[in-house]
Write a protein that binds this ligand. Structure first.
Ligand SMILES: Cc1ncc(COP(=O)(O)O)c(C=O)c1O
Length: 384
């Protein structure tokens, strides 16, 4: 019989989006002097630009890349990317979990691209990235949030590529280093690794992507919300604080608070260190626990933000287990105890647990959470 833990988590927030705010976040510490003003007025616009500059500095984005805030979260940013850039040359689309597979659907069914080569893999593994054709564009996800499988490096993208890369990086940036020379169009949303608010996305363009934008216009119509060109070339104003439509200045201010926190604690290296350390705590536990394992089959691909775990289908006393039911029971028990919210696997993913370990999550909370999962597992399987 496992004893019920006595320590509760400091914050029971382990959702993979919206993610926990940074430790000691307080709503009354957010900059409010820009609220209730026009986002086109000088001070609010400067503030928007400040958020973009902080982003570029923290993420170590090369100076000749362009960065903008765009509507509708990462989905909006990535749709904008696909609708503006694809269709010029063939495209290789890599997908291995729900979001990547969603981009495949849009490329095939909505954009109707006939020259799309889809390379898919099941939950837990990566497709063959080495098969990328450097004469084609490449679409991929940096960190598969719903399978906990990340791309371990970008070496498989050729420096001499003819095509451009489109990378949905929303749950990897600020937790994983990227080689920017391999990324041409990159997107993310604020709600992920820094625990910002949803509904605002960012798009980052390399010089190669800017050339593509200036040289190529797709044959399909582009709604205003996706338009980043004016008179046939890139609209520079969108990349210098004149957003396409009105952003929430409260969300901008909240994002700036998170960026300043990140800078104060030591910047990108520190953010990565926290996420890696959180993952290591879980790795140590998994290695000594025989009834749970990572959904990711390859060690180098285990995500350090969205950690997906599967239960063994046999209980310690050899009984068959309904792992879907068990996962639900454990989630409910931990939610009732107020030690963990939102740790269920994504709805399309294999049953199990998903624990967010990005930089806003304190390692002590991960350790405490694991004690509670141990306890809940034994209580739940004894009842079975
Ligand atoms: C890899 C990936 N892509 C896209 C999205 C969609 O992001 P949003 O809801 O911010 O548009 C998510 C959200 O979890 C994600 O994890």
């Amino acid at each position: 019989m496992t004893k019920k833990p006595t320590n509760k988590t400091n914050r029971p927030l382990f959702s993979s989006g919206p993610c926990a705010k940074f430790p000691n976040w307080q709503i009354n510490k957010i900059e409010t002097s820009i609220l209730g003003r026009s986002h086109r007025a000088k001070k609010p616009k400067d503030f928007i630009n400040y958020s973009v500059e902080l982003t570029s500095d923290l993420l170590e984005i090369p100076k000749d890349y362009k960065v903008a805030i765009v509507p509708a979260s990462d989905t909006g940013a990535f749709e904008m990317a696909m609708w503006n850039f694809l269709g010029h040359i063939p495209v290789d689309v890599f997908a291995w979990e729900s979001f990547g597979k969603g981009w495949v659907t849009d490329i095939i069914k909505q954009l109707g691209l006939e020259d799309a080569n889809v390379i898919e893999a099941d939950y837990g593994i990566l497709p063959d990235l080495q098969s990328a054709n450097s004469d084609s564009d490449i679409v991929f996800t940096l960190n598969g949030t719903t399978s906990g499988v990340r791309v371990p490096n970008l070496n498989w993208i050729k420096d001499s590529r003819k095509g451009i890369t489109l990378c949905d990086a929303t749950s990897g940036l600020f937790a994983q280093k990227v080689d920017w020379s391999k990324l041409d169009v990159t997107t993310f949303s604020w709600q992920k690794v820094l625990g910002g608010e949803a509904q605002h996305g960012m798009i980052i363009l390399s010089p190669k992507a800017i050339d593509r934008l200036n040289e190529y216009s797709p044959s399909w119509p582009l709604p205003k919300i996706f338009r980043i060109k004016k008179s046939g070339i890139i609209d520079q104003s969108i990349f210098s604080g004149s957003t396409i439509n009105t952003p929430s200045l409260l969300c901008v201010a909240d994002y700036v608070a998170a960026l300043e926190w990140a800078r104060e604690i030591g910047g990108l290296n520190k953010l990565i260190e926290i996420a890696d350390n959180n993952l290591q705590i879980i790795k140590d536990w998994v290695s000594e626990t025989d009834w749970i394992k990572f959904l990711a089959k390859e060690e180098s691909t285990i995500s350090n933000t969205s950690v997906c775990l599967e239960f063994s289908s046999k209980s310690p006393n050899g009984d068959e287990i309904d792992t879907s039911k068990l996962s639900k029971t454990i989630q409910n028990m931990l939610e009732e105890e107020e030690v963990a919210f939102d740790i269920g696997a994504y709805r399309d993913a294999p049953p199990g647990l998903r624990i967010w370990t990005g930089a806003t999550i304190e390692p002590s909370d991960i350790s405490i959470l694991l004690e509670w999962i141990n306890w809940a597992y034994f209580v739940a399987t004894e009842k079975n």
